[in-house]
Write a protein that binds this ligand. Structure first.
Ligand code: ADP
Ligand code: ADP
Length: 225
């Protein structure tokens, strides 16, 4: 298991300093929540780790290797988006297998691996449906399977539960937690909800005004003066 380390990572958009020289080592194989108010720099941080946004300064190390210059698919990370971003004209299994197709994996192998991922998120029965024939929670599971099929060391989740109704949100919480334990990889989950962070996180990283204010186990972070 490889640990992810942020070394003086900075993001500027013009004159806005969105992330200001943050420093953190995420423990391998643990569930981390990046918690803080809107605009504090959480998404920018996640997007820099994923490679969807360049770092202005600093570096991002995975297992000691600087990944900050690599393309998203080369980093050992995968991102699950808030709006799921599924391809509407592709079936569930085709959505999940998409990245393997891009890599040139042959059809039988794609079908096998995508099938395993769908089993993992309990969607085998819906393999041949189109995304608009699924509920919000089911679409989210497809997005999860699609991110996990690349076998990332680190899964990045940007407000993954915010589009769900309260009932589903609580259920998906425990499913995410269970999945993370089963896979043993690191999850980094962005949220502005304290209760969500408390329910999920082995470690909470609190951001405010572009910096990390505090980091530690949930109990420690919430009991601090
Ligand atoms: P959060 O995820 O905590 O809401 P963001 O990382 O989205 O925070 O944003 C941090 C700051 O950077 C905010 O002031 C936001 O307006 C600004 N910002 C984010 N993305 C961009 C962008 N593409 N261009 C300009 N400013 C941005
Ligand atoms: P989140 O906080 O979940 O990232 P936002 O609505 O802040 O969602 O951002 C959505 C998109 O808009 C992102 O691509 C982000 O880079 C961009 N964005 C956010 N803030 C700004 C801003 N002040 N100026 C330009 N683009 C922005």
């Amino acid at each position: 298991k490889q640990d992810l380390e942020l070394v003086a990572v900075t993001k500027r958009y013009g004159n806005t300093v969105a992330v200001d020289a943050i420093q953190h080592r995420f423990k391998p194989g643990s569930y981390a929540c990046l918690l803080g108010p809107s605009g504090c720099g959480k998404s920018s941080t996640l997007r820099m780790i994923a490679g969807h946004e360049s770092v202005t300064d600093g570096s991002i190390l995975l297992g000691g290797r600087d990944i900050s210059g690599l393309a998203p698919a080369q980093r050992g990370t995968a991102m699950m988006f808030q709006n799921y971003a599924l391809f509407p004209h592709l079936s569930v299994i085709e959505n999940v297998a998409f990245s393997l197709k891009m890599k040139g994996v042959d059809a039988p192998q794609r079908r096998k691996k995508a099938g395993e991922m769908l089993e993992l998120v309990d969607l085998t029965a819906l393999s041949d449906r189109l995304p608009d024939q699924l509920s919000g929670g089911q679409q989210q599971r497809v997005a999860l399977a699609r991110a996990l099929i690349t076998r990332p060391e680190v899964l990045l989740l940007d407000e993954p539960l915010s589009a769900l109704d309260p009932f589903l949100r609580v259920r998906m919480r425990s499913e995410l937690k269970k999945l993370q334990k089963e896979l043993g990889i690191s999850f980094i989950h962005v949220t502005h909800g304290q209760d969500e962070a408390l329910a999920l996180a082995d470690e909470i990283v609190v951001m405010n005004n572009a910096v990390i204010e505090q980091a530690g186990p949930a109990r420690e972070v919430f009991n601090a003066p």
